[in-house]
Design a protein around this ligand. Structure first.
Ligand code: ADP
Ligand code: MG
Length: 616
């Protein structure tokens, strides 16, 4: 039998390859836009006609190409982005296969004009079905303009497969948005049939999202931020109440490349579990940065699927990071959204009855008996009821709220927040023994091993949530001072106190009078020592000035943080075992027990198997 194997001519090979790379006009849009970005452009314009069927043009102001490169760029496997296989493991560019232009030129009419900084003239090339029609010099700006006309002109079957102009345009817009979201610092424009659809100035991620999806999006976004050895995560998730019936705004970017990952998507869905209805979909814009060597982008010709070395770890990190952001958002009620604060309180006050105002007097109380007090400025963690502390405090409700019926208020977010942290608790229900390490850490045993807790951060967290809760439910207990305390402040400081007076009152400060410069205080929050009042107020004022507080939300937040910071036990303080135990239990009763109010880790767990490994 005669030999029958032949090498396919280039143009046929290119057409076959094109089938992989170019499914529809949107694929061309993606490849051309990615090339424009790889070329370092600061502005990228996309112009389409008839859903890309008649024209797709991408114009950039990037590095451009020399005359030789311009010609070479249409050859298969022609790329400036990698030279050897190892380069694949350190990729910073969108493209690397050197296939896109060759493929596109095989199945369309392509016209390119390009000029580098150094060259005085531009190159102008026309290619139709892989055949060079002409290459000439031209006058033009630095950068590249790539025009793709009559896609699939030589493959009628493919051309007939294209959907309606509307559908193809929709795909183009999707692709455009993904690229634009991945590169917020680059300006993008999109024109369809002569009219502008998007005009996106160079911006940050949040502004880019808002510019694409509309001004209302801004208030829906909850920031996400996490840095670990494996991955850095940043971006935004949508608040649960804005979850959509249709899948829509769901974006993963890995090293600035849009990717699809059903597996990682599942991690997000899992984090939202219980917060949104089954049939609705959470929105997210998440940017993952990983070591390029730890991923394989090569597995899919259009590169929207990638393979991670350690997908399981990534899944876990992603899920807990998103959960954490949701938790942060729920812990701190949305006071800045013009809503009744009480309606939004996430704390478990639903079942508590209304707090009756009134003074409880303990006839046998001796205020000079030291042990009834907190010792050495250190709060006592014991439950008040066991020590009859109530005698020191005046049950208090703030201004005009005397008849407020807490029990009649529905607390909508209770169920939501209740479910967030349930399974992230580390099983500390059974903590019975603890010990203190170097007056800094508290060590406790848990189901899986042990937990080492930073005492100061833990206490900050406990106090922070307590103060937040007090502010939001307005049921704080005030501790009456034996003698009114007069403090003097500058005019500007005084103005700040007046501004935040309402919140100060809700957490337990009682002002007798606020004069020109003097402020008289008759009551302070529980656990604030009298000697510390002046320092705390000063700290508050300075935190306010620095934090640029503009709304109720940040006001309560700053207030609670300041108090927590000032009052928390410090490193170096010795805690008796009762206090240690109470602190541990209080910590794990918190809505968020992993991070301090200042986003520092509160504890680490060391599992039994961690320890076992050390003995191997
Ligand atoms: P790849 O992007 O995978 O390298 P392409 O076929 O998309 O392959 O492009 C081939 C080469 O052409 C690129 O490596 C690059 O050097 C050059 N090129 C393509 N588009 C542009 C552009 N807009 N500006 C500058 N150079 C470009
Ligand atoms: Mg490319």
């Amino acid at each position: 039998m005669a030999d029958i194997i032949q090498l396919l001519p280039d143009h046929v090979a290119n057409q076959i390859a094109a089938g992989e790379v170019v499914q529809r006009p949107a694929s061309v849009v993606k490849e051309l836009m990615e090339n424009a970005i790889d070329a370092g452009g600061s502005t990228v314009k996309l112009i389409v006609k008839d859903g890309g069927k008649t024209l797709i043009q991408v114009i950039d102001d990037g590095v451009g190409m020399s005359a030789t490169d311009a010609r070479l760029s249409f050859e298969r496997h022609a790329t400036s982005k990698i030279r050897k296989a190892e380069d694949l493991f350190n990729l910073n560019t969108n493209g690397f296969r050197g296939e896109a232009l060759a493929s596109i030129a095989a199945i369309a009419h392509v016209e390119m004009q390009t000029r580098t900084e150094q060259d005085e003239v531009a190159s102008h090339i026309r290619i139709e079905g892989s055949k060079i029609i002409f290459q000439e010099v031209a006058v033009g700006p630095k950068g590249t303009s790539m025009m793709v006309k009559n896609l699939f002109f030589n493959i009628p079957a493919r051309r007939n497969f294209l959907k309606s102009t509307q559908v193809e345009l929709r795909h183009i817009i999707d692709e455009f948005q993904r690229v634009a979201l991945a590169h917020p610092s680059i300006a993008f424009h999109l024109y369809n049939n002569g009219s502008e659809i998007f005009n996106l100035p160079s911006s940050n991620i949040r502004q880019r999202i808002v510019n694409i999806f509309g001004g209302k999006t801004n208030e829906k976004l909850v920031p996400v931020q996490e840095e670990t050895q494996v991955v850095t995560i940043s971006g935004f998730i949508s608040k649960p109440e804005f979850a959509k019936k249709s899948r829509g705004e769901q974006f993963f970017f890995v090293n600035n490349r849009f990717i699809r990952s059903p597996y990682l998507h599942h991690a997000i869905v899992a984090a939202f579990d219980g917060l949104i209805k089954k049939e609705s979909h959470p929105g997210y814009f998440l940017y993952l940065t990983v070591d390029p060597a730890s991923i394989d982008i090569n597995i899919h010709p259009t590169k929207t699927e990638i393979k991670f070395d350690d997908e399981h770890t990534l899944y876990a990190i992603l899920r807990s990071t998103v959960k954490h952001s949701l938790g942060q958002f729920n812990v701190i009620p949305a006071l800045d959204f013009e809503q009744d604060q009480n309606l939004e309180t996430p704390y478990d006050y639903k079942n508590k009855s209304a707090h009756q105002p009134g003074v409880i007097v303990d006839a046998g109380f001796n205020p000079f008996k030291e042990e009834n007090w907190t010792t050495g400025g250190r709060p006592n963690f014991q439950k008040q009821s066991t020590k009859g502390w109530e005698s020191l405090y005046v049950g208090m409700e703030s201004q005009g709220n005397k008849n407020h019926e807490f029990s009649s208020v529905s607390f909508e977010s209770d169920t939501i927040t209740g479910s967030i942290f349930d399974d992230s608790k580390i099983g500390v229900d059974s903590v019975t023994t603890t010990f203190q390490l170097r007056r800094k850490y508290i060590v406790a045993t848990i189901k899986s091993g042990m937990v080492v807790i930073d005492q100061s951060r833990a206490h900050q967290r406990v106090l922070y949530e307590k103060f937040l809760k007090n502010i939001t439910v307005k049921g704080a207990i005030s501790q009456q001072l034996l003698f009114p305390l007069s403090l003097t402040f500058s005019k500007s400081d005084r103005a700040i106190i007046v501004e935040i007076q309402e919140n100060l009152t809700t957490i337990g400060f009682v002002f007798e009078a606020i004069g020109e410069e003097e402020i008289t205080i008759t009551g302070v929050p529980l656990s604030v020592p009298e000697s510390g009042v002046s320092m705390i107020l000063e700290q508050l004022i300075s935190d306010y000035q620095q934090d640029f507080v503009v709304d109720g939300f940040s006001q309560t937040d700053v207030l609670s943080k300041t108090l927590a910071k000032s009052l928390a036990v410090k490193t170096g303080e010795m805690l008796d075992s009762e206090s240690q135990l109470a602190l541990v239990n209080d910590l794990f009763a918190c809505k968020e027990s992993q991070l301090s109010p200042f986003n520092k880790s509160i504890y680490v767990t060391i599992t039994e198997s961690d320890i076992d490994k050390k003995f191997m």
